[in-house]
Design a protein around this ligand. Structure first.
Ligand SMILES: [Zn+2]
Length: 147
């Protein structure tokens, strides 16, 4: 198994873990954590893809299989991130019931599920944009992961 196969395998596992996490959560803070995890995974995958392209272009290696798979993984991560961001958008204008945790429409006075009187809407939550995805910081780059 080559280094790139390892990287692709790890990436695949990360996609599964993050999507499982995102599928279960309803709490907005957990959604934000899931979105942050997805963004960080995406950054790493873009770097792996960049390295694969470099090896193909400059060193003439045949890495088409790894290349195609990492592109597919990036697509999956982006689609998960979009779903999570949509859930965050849907949740942030809504009122969370302090009693049962259900999100209710922002004009609701009582919880749809348990009937508890509702507090003011959650409105101080930063929006997350898919445009923030690429974050090439020094900390993320580690040559040892690749070669
Ligand atoms: Zn409730």
């Amino acid at each position: 198994m080559s280094i790139f196969d390892d990287a692709v395998f790890n990436a695949r596992t990360a996609v599964d873990n993050v999507s499982k996490k995102a599928g279960k959560v309803i709490d907005i803070s957990k959604l934000r954590i899931a979105a942050a995890d997805l963004k960080s995974e995406l950054s790493q995958k873009y770097m792996i893809l960049g390295r694969i392209c470099y090896e193909e272009e400059v060193n003439g290696k045949d890495l088409k299989k790894s290349h195609d798979e990492i592109v597919e993984i990036i697509g999956e991560l982006k689609s998960h991130l979009q779903s999570v961001n949509e859930l965050i958008e849907a949740a942030k204008d809504n009122i969370k019931c302090e009693n049962c945790g259900t999100y209710n429409p922002k004009n609701a006075l009582f919880c749809n599920k348990c009937g508890e009187k509702l507090a003011l809407p959650v409105s101080d939550i930063d929006s997350l944009s898919p445009d923030d995805v690429i974050d090439f910081t020094e900390d993320n780059f580690d040559d040892d992961d690749l070669l």
